[in-house]
Design a protein around this ligand. Structure first.
Ligand code: FAD
Length: 366
């Protein structure tokens, strides 16, 4: 065989896989239907600013080995994600959309906030949907202001129709620390994410603008196939369609230096149609004279759209498991990444899953 691996998709999962394969002296052919490598981490320079083309991406992890691995490919800055929230006309500075609540009622010390929550919690043994679970966990005010509108917008459904799994646990943090992630390692690659992919795919052959489904013959060139697209599409939807949520991005260049003073501002009321505005220059502390912003609109997924988020309801997970069972019939084909595993993986989890798969197949670890 000409190649050891045919890698479908040039996103993070396959980038790490290709890197390990190259270290292990194995040959990879990569096919990517987009016109660039990088998957959803792809950044493009606009007015000298690295624009995150598929949504804000902030690398964060608790895992030092993964952090060290990523640092082989690029240098990270010390960006810390501290999003602000807009609720109608109000700018909420030190309330975190999910975790940080101490200022909601102008309380002065954590204990007052805690008491307020206790007094509002829904006292019910079993919750049956997102709304009930949220009310059980955080009570009325936080739920209505910080969670309800944003969540309904994000998923395009009423909170009473949404499953509980979206909100199993809300780790409340009673501090003024606005760092969204609690991970010790966090940052943005100085100069954008693309350099990670250039480094990882350096020794692989890459075919861009190439949809695997129109070029399935390429499979004959490699021993094994690693597929990071939609698993239901791979099997021609034989058991039915999995559900996804999509996004629509509206990008604007503004002739001003600073639009919102922060990389991410979440719009948590239901009336505003977008969920957040990203101002890209702030990821890298940019001083350019112009600025680029992106509004992010959640939309229902339909064929041909980008499937950004798997919707892990019980029904979808069961359907996914049937596809996995089907995949076990062919020992040369593996599924990975966000779409192949049908899981919302943060970047560090994607990296970890890729290392694990490489190790499983090859008994090799970096
Ligand atoms: P992808 O990046 O989706 O790559 C898959 C690639 O496969 C794509 O390039 C696609 O074009 C290609 N492909 C699919 N089908 C075919 C086909 N038939 N033929 C050829 N090519 C194909 N994680 C964090 O840690 N921090 C964040 O701040 C963060 N923000 C996020 C924001 C958004 C809006 C989203 C959607 C995700 C975010 N993530 C974040 C998660 C992160 O994007 C993923 O962990 C990571 O991109 C997963 O990499 P992947 O390789 O599995 O998938």
């Amino acid at each position: 065989m000409e190649y050891d691996y045919l890698l479908v998709g040039a996103g993070l999962f396959n980038a790490v896989f290709a890197y390990l394969a190259a270290e292990d002296r194995k040959k990879c052919l990569v096919v990517e239907k987009r016109s660039h490598i990088g998957g959803n981490l792809y950044t493009e320079k606009v007015e000298g600013i690295n624009v995150h083309k598929y949504g804000a991406h902030i690398f964060h992890t608790k895992n030092k080995d993964i952090w060290d691995l990523m640092n082989r490919f690029c240098e990270f800055n010390h960006f810390v994600n501290s999003p602000l929230a807009r609720y109608k006309d109000e700018l909420i500075k030190s309330i975190h959309v999910k975790w940080q609540i101490i200022q909601l009622w102008n309380t002065k010390v954590p204990e007052e906030a805690l008491k307020k929550i206790e007094s509002q919690r829904l006292k019910k043994q079993t919750a049956f949907n997102f709304e009930e679970q949220a009310l059980k966990l955080v009570g009325h005010d936080i739920y209505v202001k910080l969670l309800k509108g944003y969540t309904e917008k994000q998923w395009g459904k009423q909170a009473t129709e949404l499953p509980m799994f979206l909100i199993d646990r809300i780790p409340l943090r009673f501090t003024f620390n606005n760092n969204y992630f609690e991970d010790p390692y966090q940052g943005i690659p100085i100069g954008g994410y693309n350099q990670i992919f250039e480094a990882c795919f350096r020794k692989a052959d890459v075919l861009l603008n190439t949809d695997y489904f129109k070029n399935t013959d390429l499979q004959k060139k490699a021993d094994k196939l690693i597929f990071t697209g939609m698993i239901d599409q791979f099997y021609n939807y034989c058991y039915g369609n999995l559900e996804y949520r999509s996004l629509y991005f509206e990008e604007e260049v503004l002739d001003i230096e600073n639009f919102q003073g922060n990389a991410v501002v979440n719009y948590i009321d239901k009336e505003t149609p977008f969920t957040r505005i990203i101002e890209h220059k702030h990821f890298e502390f940019g001083k350019q004279s112009k600025t680029v912003i992106t509004k992010e609109y959640p939309v229902a997924w339909q064929n041909e759209m980008e499937p950004y988020y798997p919707i892990n309801t019980t029904k979808n997970n069961e359907l996914y498991n049937r596809y996995v069972a089907l995949s076990k019939r062919n020992a040369q084909i593996y599924f990975g990444g966000r779409l192949g595993a049908y899981k919302y993986y943060d970047m560090d989890k994607t990296v970890k899953a890729s290392i694990q798969l490489y190790h499983e197949i090859n008994n090799y670890q970096p």
